[in-house]
Design a protein around this ligand. Sequence first.
Ligand code: BGC
Length: 772
Amino acid sequence: MCIPLLIPEPLTAQAPGLDPRVSELLARMTLEEKVGEMTQLTLQAVSATAASDTSVHTLDPTTLEDAVVRHHVGSILNVWDAAFTVEHWHEVITTIQDAARRKRLPIPVLYGIDAVHGHNYLQGGTLFPQNIAMAATWNPDLVRRANEITAYEVRASGIPWNFSPVLDIGRQPLWSRFFETFGEDPYLASVMGVAAVEGLQGENVGDPIRVAATAKHFLGYSVPHTGKDRTTAWIPERRLREEVLPSFAAAIDAGVRTVMVNSGDINGVPVHADRRILVDLLRDELGFDGVVVSDWEDIIKLHTVHRVAASRKEAVAIAIMAGVDMSMVPLELEFTEHLVELVREGVVPESRIDEAVSRILDLKFDLGLFDDPYPDPTLAGGIGSAEARSVSRLAAEEAITLVENRGGLLPLRRGSRVLVTGPGAHSVAALHGSWTYTWQGIQESVYPADVITPLEAIRREFGEHQVTYVPGAGFHTMLDVDEAVRAARDADVAVVVLAEEPSTEKPGDIHDLMLSDAQRTLALEIAATGTPVVVVLLANRPRVIRDVAEVAGAVILAYQSGPHGGEALADVLSGDANPSGRLPFTYPRYTGDLMTDDHRHAERLDGHNGWNGFRPQWPFGHGLSYTRFTYDNLHVHQSELDIGDTLRVSVDVRNAGKRAGKEVVHLFVSDVYASVAPPVRRLRAFTKVELAPGEHRTVTLAVPVSELAFVGLDGSWIVEPGSFVAAVADQRSTFVVRAIEDAVESIPQKPRARAKATSPSPAGLGQSWRDG
Ligand code: BGC
């Protein structure tokens, strides 16, 4: 046995501030009832049939009764790979809550679901672009509104808890869930993550059109060393705090109600077994007071996969003592039996159970489940509204990122003869990505009949007779490449829609970041005809396409932009829409050059001994427009700042072209010298503006100086005095942060940006000559 020796402080259930309704209820509960509250089963475990066939899915009254009434199971999740109608959801939720009423203490069941890009398990629900595409819009208002709509539709189905947003940082392009992230940058991911949490939860999570959000997957899930899902992440403390933690810290500050744990391990310690992460960091440092739910089967996997527990029972003890409040078991009831035994044997103190159950009950009260746990039928009519669809449509359009446009190939001339080819051209699955009606999203037969593919949208936009379609290649195989090449010769332009087969989690593990040979061959052979090629990419992650990018006239990243992605793409091709998406990650040119924008100077090696240096295919923040924006007059309001001040940077942005367009204004700040090698630059603020032709606007971006902090030599956040450079596009200016000891007193000390004024470091002292 290797049961942790640390015993938690007893009974926060009695802690001041606890809702008296919770303590009263807790006092009446038996141990079995409490442990049941900590148990979460999947719908499949209480269903009579495989729920993947929605036409025949029914709950199994016997297993449901056994789980909910006899074993007091407090939470149920998901579907088994099927989207239900709203009526079926109502039936399912109502039957489950009816069962809960038959318990000795009729505590309602907390139902949770993955509605990660809209309510993807609801027929007729509104789907949005995947998070990476939402990040590419650089428009937090769109993220907030999309999540408000998702909250409405999830609640309208009778479900009060959403396992969203993913706040893992997208810095490992190989990782299969890259598309679920808001990209590589901690600041961008924090802004978008907060917008998502606010959209889902609103001011009051008990509002009948809001749901509890989940910050997942705490912590370090997205940066596995090998790139494979649910594998070891080696994360030094500085990287953990500067890159991986901020999006979670921001969501916790914004009041996110639940956190889901990373299925993998950090530095060899499975996070489900790591009290330092789940209690010391999450609770004590970040102040999270909500529910911590495990991920799928992950307590069992402490024994079967990670091998830190010699038995499944020991795994339960380890995870509960490490800070997991609810186990997504999710298929059987052994967890409850083991946990009851562990308490009776004195291995797990009952105070720890009370702590976990208090949090769960508190959430159930706040969600209003004790007042009314049943679906509100009056909400159903608002599902899939025209307004919801228009938000999705706008998000798809604002996401689309034009990264190459040689010789102004785009927009295409009306009347052009267009060849459309490639595996993404006529695939609704490639347009949506995973978590769409089914887990992997690849079962096209369950998609709504009215969703159109890029091909269909291009035909509508350019006219049936102008558009030829040849499949060309599948995701991994060549089909009729020769025919596509012949067709290209007769066309004015070829739109080659390259795509990655949607996948997520383990099924999405890959060995090579290059896009398949078959797809690249298709694009290269078409380009060799001399017909201009527009490459469109629909992908889970930035697949390397260096050879194709070199010969393409234009390249468009359309991500997985959802049901309106085809129309948005066609509008960009024709010029009806002016692209305004910007890359939320660094697009690699080589599989061996996986770097992020905030790399260190030593990683650049620019021009040094002829080494390649940092030369991504397309840099973070990049994206073209059909108009031209120019920048002028960058002005730092105060050239010398104290630690408690706010940096204000103004810049004039002009639309110097002939059509209206949206521009993302990024403020990057570089710490010129520091005691820890500083990144070349870091994104510190951004905004998106829309300008008419000829219009100019002075944009001011503000950053508290304390937010310029980094994790110093002693592991705490620090702003070292000295010179900094503020840069917006091609404009830059230097400012100085002064060393004033007392100023620190006036700064709110947040764990994620604990700013300290210190005496000048050796680097700081040398600033006058070093900064030159
Ligand atoms: C995923 C989670 C998801 C859960 C429930 C897991 O496999 O990692 O993101 O919320 O399943 O579906």
